[in-house]
Design a protein around this ligand. Structure first.
Ligand code: NAD
Length: 432
């Protein structure tokens, strides 16, 4: 019955958590032809969705308003709406505690709510990134408390979200999807569901394999970024241009994949997810040294940026204290409006502690708060660039006119190689 409903599009889809992952997924399901109910604890988001108003840059405004206008997408804060759903996708945050331990409280709370409304012929899929074991150790026992049999009456699976915000080539519908079901019937249900809207599905033997794969993908990125961040520091000491080295290595026809250095790692995934695995591994008497080492190097990058900036100013006979520093870009990566975990805030925090005269420009971030002090974004005008002691590039948004920045700022410390396309004279530019 569930498979029939999925195939003939009469299934009702519940998406819990309407953020960077959940909203694009909800819109995709509505576009596929399903009736979709979004559930989120933030009343403001619910009101915006119900007005057809978009707040996630990866979501197409027209697709969202069409889905809402056609009555295919509604949103609510009331979990009871899940009673009428055939498929429920959980996309809530999985942050870390202050001590860098997994905080799965949102997943636990949503599962408890859902357990009140779970019914036979319902498919529940966790999409949030988490440590291997969460689906079977946390979700499954709660959903089956009332006696429903998994694989016969209800179907439970893990399918990690791999979406890359701001990526114009790969969106939710064409990013290949992994699926691991608690039983073969759970896998069939989840696979059949995703096949309706996503171009390629890879079935796996269990939720644990899917959970581990997702975290491994992000550990892979974290470790490789750390490797190149360390290389950048060595190249700095040896007087070599790290970007020339990376580009040269990338000429190899096989066996090399370029990663680029930066002022640290940000976003909701790379700085957090590896610690989920590091935490779980201790249960198996393992210490995941690569994860810890990568974290140490990547988290050290803002301090390296500070130290190098201090050196650069010193060479110009200036000190950091009181220096007019114009930060360019604060979001965690170029051309996205997301500044969660962005290393730029850490760099600004360190600069503020050194009493620099701090300003920043970022078309995506009207204001930021650094340790209780608010800053409003400024325009990087010619005059402001000329006035600063250093323009510090922390995120290379494509809206920045680097030709002009290099022409007017006395010194440009570019931690992202945003100035690589500048054709004119650039002896005032220093790379990471
Ligand atoms: N953002 C990404 O690039 C990305 C990519 C892949 C995977 N993920 C993973 O997807 C998950 C969601 O990430 P996101 O970036 O969409 O987060 P987000 O913060 O943008 O969205 C999560 C939403 O869940 C809501 N929420 C939180 N607790 C809730 C609760 N108890 N009940 C109902 N709603 C609740 C929040 O209000 C928010 O709207 C995380 O596990 C993340 O690691 C994120």
């Amino acid at each position: 019955m569930l498979l029939e409903k999925i195939k003939n599009r009469t299934a009702v889809i519940g998406v819990v958590g309407l953020g960077y992952v959940g909203l694009p997924l909800a819109v995709l399901q509505a576009k596929t032809g399903y009736k979709v109910v979004g559930v989120d604890e933030m009343a403001e988001k619910i009101e915006r969705v119900n007005r057809g108003e978009n707040y996630i840059s990866d979501v197409d405004n027209a697709e969202l308003s069409q889905a809402v206008g056609a009555g295919r997408l509604t949103a609510t804060t009331d979990f009871a709406a899940l009673r009428g759903c055939d498929v429920v996708l959980i996309c809530v945050p999985t942050p870390l505690t202050k001590n860098k331990e997994p905080d799965i409280s949102a997943v636990v709370s949503v599962t408890k709510q859902l357990a009140k409304y779970v019914h036979p012929e319902m498919l529940v899929v966790l999409e949030s990134t988490t440590y291997p074991g969460t689906t079977e150790e946390v979700i499954l026992p709660t959903l089956t408390e009332g006696g429903l049999k998994v694989g016969q009456e209800i179907f439970v699976a893990f399918s990690p979200e791999r979406v890359d915000p701001g990526n114009h080539s790969f969106k939710t519908h064409n990013t290949f999807k992994l699926v691991g079901g608690v039983t073969p019937a759970c896998l069939t249900a989840a696979r059949t569901f995703y096949e309706q809207s996503i171009v390629k599905i890879f079935p796996l033997s269990s939720p644990r394999v899917a959970e581990m794969t997702k975290v491994f993908e992000n550990v892979f990125r974290s470790v490789n970024i750390a490797l190149v961040n360390e290389l950048a520091q060595l190249c700095d000491r040896m007087g070599l241009n790290v970007y020339e080295v990376i580009d040269a290595a990338a000429t190899k026809n096989f066996g090399f994949m370029p990663f680029y250095p930066g002022p640290g790692v940000g976003g909701h995934c790379i700085p957090l997810d590896p610690y989920y695995l590091a935490w779980k591994s201790k249960e198996y008497d393992m210490h995941t040294r690569f994860i810890e080492l990568a974290g140490e190097i990547n988290e050290g990058m803002p301090y390296y940026v500070l130290a190098k900036l201090q050196r650069l100013l010193n060479r110009h006979g200036r000190c950091l204290n009181g220096a007019d520093i114009l930060v360019l870009g604060v979001t965690y990566k170029a051309d996205v409006a997301d500044w969660r975990e962005t290393p730029a805030i850490k760099v600004m925090e360190l600069l503020q502690r050194e009493s620099v005269k701090l300003t920043y420009a970022d078309p995506f971030t009207p204001s930021v708060e650094i340790e209780g002090r608010s800053y409003a974004a400024v325009e990087a005008t010619d005059e402001r660039l000329e006035r600063c002691a250093c323009a510090l590039v922390l995120t290379a948004h494509s809206a920045f006119d680097f030709e002009r920045i290099v022409r007017h700022a006395p010194l440009v410390f570019d931690t992202r190689n945003g100035t690589k396309t500048v054709t004119g004279k650039k002896d005032n530019v220093v790379l990471l």
